[in-house]
Structures are given as C-alpha cells and as structure tokens.
Write a protein that binds this ligand. Structure first.
Ligand code: SF4
Length: 310
C-alpha cells in the first residue's frame, strides 16, 4: 500500500510553495497555518507572511502587532503568538536554525506531537508519524476502523512512515485525505489505495470515521461600534488584537442597533448584535484607525455590518 501511495503522490501532488525546497522554516510556518485552516485559504497568508518575515530572525525580531496583523483573518491567534515565541527560542538557543531533533522541537512553544512529527518528516525527511484529520479519515477507512482510538492511529502511521520515504508517505496520506478521500464524497474509483481499502470494499465510507457530535451552543453578544469623525473607532486590545467593546447588557450612552451577524468559533455559534452611537465615559478604550491594527475576522464582520447599514 505504501508504494501505491508514494507513487500516486509523486504524480499528483499539488505544487505548494513550501514543497519547492522544503526549507524547515517554510514547512513550519505552513504547518502552523494549516492547523484548522484549508490550504486554499492559507496560501495568500503564507505568501504575505514570508514576504514580510522571510527568516526566523526576522520573525523573532518583529513587533507582535505586525505578526498578528499578518495573521488577521486566519483565526486561532495563539498559533501566531506561539510561532513567534518559538522563533525567539530558536534564535536565542539554536543559532536561528530550526532544530532537527524531535525532542528539541517538542520543547518549543506551541509544538506538540503533530507539529514535531510534521517538521521532522516533511522538512528533515525523518521517520516520524503524523495524524491530523485527513490522516485519521484515510487510515480509518483503509483499515475499516469504526472504533479507532488515537493510539491505534498513531501506531499505524508510525508503521507506515518507516516503510517509505517519510516526507513522501506522510504528505501522501494528508494529500489523499484533502483531495481524494474527502469526508462527504470520497472518489474511491480513482483512489490509488482502493484495492487495500476496507471501507471501499464494504461500502462503509460514509460510516467511517465515526463523527462525534458535539453540542452546539449559541451565544448572543452585544458589541458597540463608536465611530469618530476622522475615521477612527473606539477599540480595546485583547491578547494583541483590537476589537470593538463587548457588553453583557447595553451600557449607558446613545446606542442604536444597526444589524446582526453570525459567526462560528470552533463549536460555538455566535449571534452578534451590533450597535452604533456614543458611549458614556469608558476607560480602557482607544481611538484606532481600523485598517492599521490587527483584528479578528469577527471584528471585521462587525465592522462590515455597520458599514452595510450606513
Ligand atoms: Fe478513501 Fe475511498 Fe480511497 Fe478508501 S478507497 S481511502 S474510502 S478514497
């Protein structure tokens, strides 16, 4: 099976920029961005990030506000903060060179089992397994596992990565999951491993992997957008990002509801009521030019809601 996978990958891989030279810094940045984010979405962010911060040294030295601004829209901002914190350690303790041993990598901020395995195998071509959502789906279907657990999956990935070139086999599994063995409509007839796949043989692709439904919670939030004449907004900083003030109940001031928007964060659905107007005396808020500060996609959505209403 590993030979089929590797052959297929050699012929069908997408020409992604970090695959040009497998520079460890580039691979690392790409993997951090691709956690929770699709390749197509991440690509423009990746290009912009590396144009602005082409080396680990430049990332370590950068103002956190710039790093967050480059990340703005990708979400999960702790990824960006950890990436920069890790870059600082790499510059300080490892001469600015990405460590090529697993344990040292794992000791860096934000680097867990998956990320260390990804950098070790993709950048350094060393036999370390990786299991992400795509790999989980592909392996579970191939082996016909409905009650698989994390340990079982990591052990299977570990066995596979030792049978072939680590860089190729790990990326082949991920690529297969992303482009052929999709969640809803796997293209089994063109799949390079269909003759090995239990789910295909038994027609159980739609039952594997088993999806655990998490309860969805809907939270109603109130945000106030206070706009100053010269194009600035009253905002406050939260973990490096700037946002409009949020309230549990309407504060004193002259506020008028201007619209509602919806937003999803992981498994929470948010209903966001947006108000514009003036606020009473507030502390901790600053006038900021919207386009010059890093903001989350929720804050951008709120801003768009008020602009649509004008
Ligand atoms: Fe996925 Fe179908 Fe290939 Fe099995 S045969 S790995 S279910 S695409």
């Amino acid at each position: 099976m590993h030979e089929d996978l590797v052959r297929w990958f050699a012929q069908n891989q997408r020409g992604l920029p970090w695959r040009a030279a497998y520079d460890p810094y580039h691979v690392w940045v790409s993997e951090v961005m691709l956690q929770q984010t699709q390749v197509e979405t991440a690509l423009p962010y990746y290009e912009r990030f590396l144009t602005a911060l082409p080396t680990i040294q430049s990332l370590a030295d950068a103002d956190e506000q710039l790093v967050l601004k480059l990340w703005a829209g990708l979400g999960y901002y702790s990824r960006a903060r950890n990436l920069q914190a890790a870059a600082k350690v790499v510059v300080q303790n490892h001469g600015g060179i990405v460590p090529s041993d697993y344990e040292t990598l794992r000791s860096l901020p934000g680097i867990g089992q998956y990320m260390a395995g990804a950098v070790m195998s993709i950048a350094f071509n060393e036999p370390h397994p990786i299991v992400d959502g795509n790999v989980r789906r592909v392996l579970s279907r191939i082996f016909g596992w409905t009650g698989e657990n994390a340990r079982q999956l990591w052990e299977a990935a570990d066995r596979l990565v030792r049978l072939a070139e680590p860089r190729a086999i790990n990326q082949a599994l991920m690529e297969l999951g992303a482009t052929v063995c999709s969640f809803k409509s796997p293209r089994c007839l063109v799949c390079p491993v269909n003759r090995h796949c239990v789910a295909f043989k038994t027609g159980t692709q739609d039952q594997i992997p088993v999806v655990k439904k998490r309860p969805e919670t809907i939270r109603v939030l109130l945000f106030a957008v206070v706009h100053h004449r010269n194009g600035r907004y009253l905002m406050k900083q939260q973990k490096g990002l700037w946002e409009f003030p949020m309230f549990g109940e309407l504060p004193s001031g002259t506020l008028v509801k201007t619209g509602t928007c919806r937003h999803t964060i992981t498994h929470h659905r948010l209903e966001v009521n947006v108000y514009v107007g003036k606020l009473g005396d507030d502390t901790g808020l600053e006038w900021k030019e919207f386009s010059s500060v890093p903001v989350s996609s929720l804050t951008r959505k709120i801003w768009t809601t008020t602009n649509k209403a004008v």
